[in-house]
Design a protein around this ligand. Structure first.
Ligand code: PEP
Ligand code: MN
Length: 338
């Protein structure tokens, strides 16, 4: 971080700024030019509040030369994070993890049928929403606690670990038996929720906010990690653009960029990214080609009658075809790299 001082700074104020910086364990390299004096801060500046320094009378400007996230940064954590889910499946590394299931949990029959079908096709994690963040307050809001019960039943029957979305801190006690907790796009910057989730032990699937930058997304991951959470999975689910044909626009560049900037596994959700069942396959293939560590796909046994997101849901038969193609593409890419 570089602090540019105003000309002729008040010496007492400058002394106290320097003492404060030293007190944070950071060294200062000073350089004095014709018109300005510059302080180069050397050390871990990720915990320094830039705005606080900018607001000082003697400070002209503050610039970061390093990313504001540390725990999430690949520079400080060169190894890939590989999330081990109950010793049943690993997310990250050379794996392609298929996460599949309906948008929302509706009935026992639906959950059991879908769970068995996606498992047979190669999925290793079952998804299903019990608490649904819906744009309209009149739309189906999910079955809540009963939905979690059905999801767990399907998990026991199929042996698949589960991922499901939490919407607020007060729901956390209900999530004791959930294997991966999802933070949805709408809650990516719910910082109180992130802090609470960061201090518990479960892996977190953190979806990208609809108009969040990579840095904002990684800062949300930093919130989780700063509380002790190590198992973060990033999920790109499409962003808001001017295009209206698709529900969102899938940002494929997010895969290589996030794998460069951070050490987390990156999962792609082609269902929410497009909103259209027939676009799931081509974008799933593209995501794997671009290096995705996993895919999260909405699968319904009867998409036409789904209570939520039926248009983007595929049948178990279509899922089986996509699973086969994406898993063989991943195997081919791994063999080319070996
Ligand atoms: C979901 O996965 O069911 C969901 C609501 O996704 P998003 O937060 O990406 O809209
Ligand atoms: Mn959905």
């Amino acid at each position: 971080m570089i602090v540019i001082l105003k000309s002729n700074p008040n010496p007492n104020q400058l002394e106290s700024l320097k003492n404060w910086i030293h007190g944070k364990g950071i060294n200062i390299h000073e350089s004095t030019g014709d018109s300005h004096q510059i302080l180069g801060l050397v050390g871990d500046t990720s915990k320094l509040d830039m705005d606080l320094i900018s607001a000082l009378d003697i400070v002209e400007d503050v610039k970061r030369v390093q990313e504001p996230y540390k725990n999430a940064n690949r520079k400080f954590h060169p190894e890939d994070t590989i999330v081990n889910v109950l010793n049943k499946t690993k997310i990250g590394g050379k794996n392609l993890t298929l996460i599949a299931g309906p948008c929302s949990v509706e009935t026992e029959k639906q959950m059991i049928e879908v769970a068995h079908a996606v498992k047979a096709a190669g999925a290793t994690v079952l998804r299903g929403g019990a608490f649904k963040p819906r744009t309209s307050p009149y739309a189906f809001q999910g079955l809540g606690k009963e939905g979690l019960r059905l999801l767990m039943l399907a998990s026991r029957e199929s042996g698949l670990p589960i991922v499901t979305e939490i919407m607020e801190i007060s729901q956390l006690p209900l999530f004791d038996d959930v294997d991966i907790i999802q933070v949805g796009a709408r809650n990516m910057q719910n910082f109180n929720l992130l802090k609470e989730l960061g201090s518990q032990k479960k892996p977190i699937l953190l979806k990208r906010g609809m108009s969040a930058t990579y840095e904002e997304w990684l800062m949300s991951a930093e919130y989780l990690m700063s509380e002790g959470c190590e198992d973060v999975i990033l999920c790109e689910r499409g962003i808001r653009t001017f295009e209206t044909y698709t529900r969102n626009t899938l940002d494929l560049a997010a895969i290589p960029v996030l794998k460069k900037l951070s050490h987390f596994p990156v999962v792609i959700d082609p269902s929410h990214a497009t909103g259209k069942a027939d676009l799931v396959e081509p974008l799933a293939m593209a995501a794997v080609a671009a290096g995705a560590d996993g895919l999260m796909i909405e699968v319904h046994n009867d998409p036409a009658h789904a209570l939520c997101d039926g248009k983007q849901s595929i049948t178990p038969e279509v899922f089986a075809k996509i699973a086969k193609k994406t898993l063989s593409l991943k195997a081919y890419l791994n063999s080319e790299e070996a």
